[in-house]
Design a protein around this ligand. Structure first.
Ligand SMILES: C[S@@+](CC[C@H](N)C(=O)[O-])C[C@H]1O[C@@H](n2cnc3c(N)ncnc32)[C@H](O)[C@@H]1O
Length: 616
């Protein structure tokens, strides 16, 4: 999602960040910018004394970093990126420039200088626009700086050393990182906080507005005349004249032109018109970045799925960067196809690309390699192999409704053994991420024997036994699922307090328990099946016993974005649906449960606890 339209202006360009700083990368990617990372090799050894101000030094360093990357990329590919962004952050105190400490003593010297005082953090930023003419690199540089004042509290020697020993100061300008432990040293910040983190995002966006949306000549004249300050915020782009303002290309072309007039004259977009006898030229509406992202969204998902399927993220896990040709060899694919896929993954922020090759990001290592503890590889594969095809029939499912779509389905592909394992992997990945939250949403310490109905791989059961030392848990699931649970136990270990019982919760007797759990079960079923299941649970549960339901509960306000795809999942795949709290409350109360409480545990999951009432 791109909130600032001016960031959207860069979406169709090849943008490179000439910095290895994970913090800059994070700030820019959170802003919706798509870019590659190519750390600069420029040696930061400019003579500080030769600059009139500290920020002039930071700007020049940023510029040299970006230029080095632009010219290296141009030499290598004979094609430079469209834009290279360079940045340099320095800390100044009492006229002295502090960069990154070289060792612990240096960090101590820096932090002692900052102790109890206010200092300035400057970031110089250079935006290098590149174009290649007759094989020659041509650049235009825009630059700016941002200053933020930061005050440290009076800190004891002990605290300073404790902080230094944490290792955090070593790669940070001034020897501290405000976004992590270093935040505890800071009494106040005056100015842009992100500038202290490493990148002045707000000023960057304003600069882009200046570059991509310069005011119209007539507006400038009128502003001068009326003495009204020019618009300088990037939030209000629809008030700014667009047109052929792209410095790199001169004209946006391809119908991607920008916003219409109006500005502070208060004219609305309704004033847009086509060419008429007065020669008024049609101005296109604002470029709908978010909409285009949605239109193209399936391609991004498919690229991720394909990279998972080809085990790209496994090949790159914990490895030094690999070139496309090496990855292609390892995944047995064409070099040109692999290179394109890797570039797309880099643009989606799933890989880092440097001149040494491609490597996983931390998030990719954690979630997209297939063997990680919190891997979502199985979920991606289940979406690729199962939901992808089902969603191809979405139109039909919408036309016919869930019942017809469900009845028309041929053999459930989830029944084959590999597909069953894949389904379990998908469930396991998700359940591991939410199990602790579900287990702790309410205090369950009064229960001694829980039964997790449809408990699948036992991920929630493990979180429950970890949390409640007295609790035993029976995982109850279909025989073909229980058959494979050992594949999901850490090092094949059985936890003594967890037992696995095969069975069908619609046909077989339910295991004895004082707490019945239904996590992501009820939404799979239509109302009459939910009633049938709840009445079986209700008959097995003694008065005072509990029922714990984990589901995405629909709210009265418009549905949260995350619940929408889930609701369509249910339409194409099952006869089930998501339900609201009043619906769950009614269902539970009708089946003899009282004192129904809800806890939002975040990430689109809610937990409901009810208590079995004594029969009247
Ligand atoms: C959507 S998964 C939820 C898994 C797990 N509870 C969770 O929260 O991740 C549904 C589970 O219910 C199981 N299941 C479906 N029908 C069942 C039935 N009739 N009897 C027992 N288990 C069933 C499936 O095998 C699957 O493990």
């Amino acid at each position: 999602m791109v909130l600032s339209p001016v960031i959207g202006k860069l979406l169709h360009k090849r943008v490179v960040l000439a910095s290895a700083s994970p913090r800059r990368r994070e700030i820019l990617s959170h802003a919706g910018l798509r870019f590659e990372v190519v750390p600069s090799r420029f040696k930061e050894k400019l003579d500080k004394a030769s600059f009139p101000t500290p920020y002039a030094y930071a700007i020049e360093t940023a510029k040299q970093k970006a230029l080095e990357v632009a010219s290296r990329m141009h030499q290598k590919d004979l094609r430079a990126p469209d834009i290279v962004i360079g940045a340099d952050t320095i800390v100044t105190v009492g006229g002295l420039i502090l960069e990154k400490p070289v060792d612990k003593q240096d960090a101590y010297r820096m932090l002692s200088r900052l102790n109890g005082k206010e200092h300035s953090v400057f970031t110089g930023v250079a935006i290098v626009h590149c174009c290649t003419k007759d094989g020659q690199l041509d650049v235009e540089v825009s630059e700016f700086h941002e200053e933020t004042a930061v005050k440290f509290s009076e800190l004891s020697e002990e605290l300073l050393w404790e902080y230094i020993d944490s290792g955090e100061p070593m790669d940070k300008a001034g020897g501290y990182g405000i976004q992590a432990l270093g935040g505890m040293l800071v009494e106040y910040v005056r100015g842009d906080f992100l500038n202290v983190v490493g990148f002045p995002l707000n000023h960057f966006c304003k600069k882009l507005v200046e570059l991509y949306y310069p005011p119209r000549r007539e507006d400038v004249q009128r502003v001068k005349h009326d003495s009204i300050p020019p618009v300088d915020t990037f939030e209000n782009l629809s008030d700014v004249e667009g047109g052929s303002s792209d410095p790199a290309q001169g004209n946006d072309g391809g119908g991607h032109g920008r916003t219409e007039g109006g500005g502070d004259t208060g004219q609305a977009s309704a004033d847009r018109r086509g060419p008429d006898s007065n020669g008024t030229v049609e101005t296109p509406p604002p470029f709908p970045v978010g909409l285009l992202e949605l239109i193209d969204g399936f391609k991004a998902s498919k690229a991720l799925f394909t990279a998972c399927k080809l085990k790209v993220f496994d090949v790159l896990k914990d490895e030094a960067p690999l070139k496309a040709v090496d990855v292609a060899g390892k995944i047995d694919a064409s070099v040109c196809g692999t290179e394109r896929l890797l570039d797309v993954c880099a643009a989606l922020g799933l890989l880092e690309k440097t001149d040494r090759g491609y490597r996983n990001t931390e998030l990719t290592d954690l979630h997209l390699a297939s063997d990680g503890e919190y891997s979502l590889h199985g979920l991606a594969m289940h979406n690729n192999d199962h939901f992808w095809n089902l969603f191809a029939d979405l139109e039909l499912a919408v036309r016919e409704g869930a019942d017809a779509a469900f009845g028309r389905k041929t053999a459930d592909p989830v029944q084959s053994k590999p597909a069953k394992l894949q389904f379990m992997r998908a469930m396991h990945g998700l359940a591991k991420l939410t199990a602790h939250q579900v287990a702790t949403a309410f205090d369950l310490s009064r229960f001694t024997l829980a039964c997790d109905l449809g408990g699948c791989t036992g991920a929630l059961a493990r979180a429950l036994t970890r949390e409640y030392p007295r609790l035993k848990v029976t995982v109850f699931d279909l025989p073909e699922v229980i058959e494979h649970v050992t594949c999901f136990q850490p090092e094949g270990r059985q936890t003594e307090r967890i037992s696995y019982v095969p069975g069908d919760f619609f046909k077989d007797g339910l295991p004895e328990a004082d707490l019945y759990i239904l996590s992501r079960i009820l939404h799979d079923w239509p109302d009459h099946k939910v009633r049938e299941l709840l009445s079986r649970v209700s008959s097995s549960c003694k008065p005072g016993g509990g029922i714990l339901v984990a589901e995405m509960v629909l709210e009265e306000k418009p549905a949260a974005r995350g619940s929408l795809p889930a609701s369509l999942n249910l339409l194409v795949r099952t006869q089930g649906r998501e339900r609201s709290l009043p619906e769950y409350r009614r269902l539970l109360e009708q089946h003899g449960f009282c004192d129904v409480q809800l806890a939002h545990v975040g990430d689109g999951l809610d937990v409901i606890l009810g208590t079995r009432a004594s029969p009247a």
